[in-house]
Write a protein that binds this ligand. Structure first.
Ligand SMILES: Cc1cc2nc3c(=O)[nH]c(=O)nc-3n(C[C@H](O)[C@H](O)[C@H](O)COP(=O)(O)OP(=O)(O)OC[C@H]3O[C@@H](n4cnc5c(N)ncnc54)[C@H](O)[C@@H]3O)c2cc1C
Length: 398
């Protein structure tokens, strides 16, 4: 087996490194707040111009237009991780909606939304969950009834991450109330500023930490043109599953980058006068996490290879979300333990390490074990669809 990248790819690596040396921002750029959004847009646009973001998206849709290349992707990730800089933007628009539009959108929808979304000019929220429909998403009741060329949407969504900072939502609604549970759903693109939408932020156990806000969103006769449907009317379940597939794959995290950061922290922290990186107990936990991070890295390459060859990943694809989310949470748990009593501090005290990154990461990664389909649901999917075990019994009809 040849584990060298070869001269062509090493030249590409040098190019990425030079770019990062020349352009690496002095402070993290990622805020969705309107006052500083222009910084994010400028940074993402620069990455697109150099082909480090939206790399394989066609130029006509605002991308860089390169051919897919697995090793280039791996090298970009490695170099951005090493520099401690986010490649692109981890948000629902680029990671979930854009691939969905590339697969199912109309030409007009692709031309209108993909470029601005990748540049961070348009921020999206995902309107799937409802108070009574989470794991059993297809039971959703938010309705869209026809009114001339438009739909009028009424109902409620909940756990809508970032809706308070979003411009647009992709929303699942019931357009055919008489149809079967899975058959009557449509997938709509809705401006968050539309009359009749009320976004109410929800406070979570992570309090004021980070930018990851939760909301509930109320719809009262919200008017959108019927042309806002992605795919065909009544086929929203299929489209929603495309988005969910991309959501679960996008939760593959940056385990290697997080591991590097964890190792840096362990070098700095000490317990009973011993550097935590040298402590056998902590070191053993780090080694186990390193093995898992490496195996998930290679798993990610396998997934990418499948997707480039347009092959199905089978059961291997089903484990990604479950494993990555748990790994991320376990890494942050080690970081919290390594910091000892300082690990439980947050809300910006002067003793906080790394600007509270690990506390925020811990809460966030715990949430991701639930978001996008809970770990229990993932295990059901793996056992039923992947391993062919019997389906879980349905409750008897009332
Ligand atoms: C961090 C985070 C971000 C989120 N962001 C969004 C978002 O942007 N947009 C959006 O629409 N939603 C979002 N959600 C909501 C998320 O998709 C739901 O929380 C999730 O699907 C679970 O639904 P629920 O909360 O209604 O729990 P329930 O479905 O009520 O589940 C409750 C518990 O029962 C278990 N359970 C349920 N059914 C089964 C079963 N058949 N077998 C075994 N166990 C089962 C679950 O695993 C869970 O432990 C987010 C959630 C989190 C935590």
């Amino acid at each position: 087996m040849d584990l060298q990248y070869g001269p062509r790819y090493e030249a590409f690596r040098a190019e990425v490194r030079n770019f990062l040396e020349a352009h690496k921002p002095e402070k993290p750029v990622g805020s969705l707040n309107p006052e500083v959004r222009h910084e994010l847009v400028a940074w993402l646009s620069l990455q697109i111009d150099h082909g480090y973001w939206a790399r394989t998206i066609p130029e006509t849709y605002g991308g860089f237009g390169a051919e897919p290349d697995l090793l280039e992707t791996v090298i970009m990730d490695e170099e951005f991780n090493r520099a401690g800089v986010a490649r692109g933007m981890a948000a629902q628009g680029p990671s979930m909606l854009v691939p969905t539009l590339l697969e199912h959108g109309t030409e007009e929808q692709r031309s209108r939304w993909i470029g601005p979304t990748m540049r961070g000019e348009v921020i999206w929220a995902q309107g799937y969950s409802e108070p009574g429909s989470g794991s059993d998403l297809a039971s959703l009741t938010t309705s869209a009834r026809e009114d001339g060329d438009d739909f009028l949407i009424s109902g409620q969504k909940i756990w809508t991450s970032g809706a308070d900072k979003s411009d647009m939502m992709f929303v699942l609604v019931r357009t055919e109330p008489e149809a079967d549970k899975h058959a009557g759903i449509s997938y709509l693109l809705v401006p968050v500023g539309s009359p009749g939408i009320e976004v109410q932020p929800l406070r979570t156990m992570s309090g004021s930490i980070g930018e990851n806000s939760f909301n509930q969103v109320f719809f009262t006769d919200v008017r959108v043109p019927q042309s806002s449907v992605v795919g065909r009317r009544g086929e929203g379940w299929k489209i929603a599953n495309t988005t969910l597939k991309h959501e679960r794959n996008s939760l593959n995290s940056n385990a290697e980058g997080t591991l590097l950061r964890l190792t840096r922290l362990m070098r700095q922290e000490s317990a009973n006068g011993v550097c935590t990186l040298e402590s056998p107990l902590f070191r053993d936990r780090l080694m186990q996490l390193q093995a898992r991070a490496l195996s998930m890295k290679h798993h990610g390459m396998r997934m990418l290879t499948c997707s480039l060859k347009e092959e199905r990943a089978g059961v291997a694809g089903l484990v990604t979300k479950l494993q990555n989310c748990q790994l991320n949470f376990d890494m942050s748990s080690l970081a919290i333990d390594v910091m000892g009593e300082l690990g439980v501090l947050y809300d910006h005290t002067k003793y906080e390490r790394d600007r509270g990154y690990w506390q925020a990461h811990s809460f966030f990664s715990l949430g991701l074990i639930i978001g996008g389909g809970t770990a229990q649901i993932q295990k059901n999917i793996i056992s039923e669809r992947g391993l062919g075990l019997p389906r879980e019994p349905k409750p008897a009809p009332a």
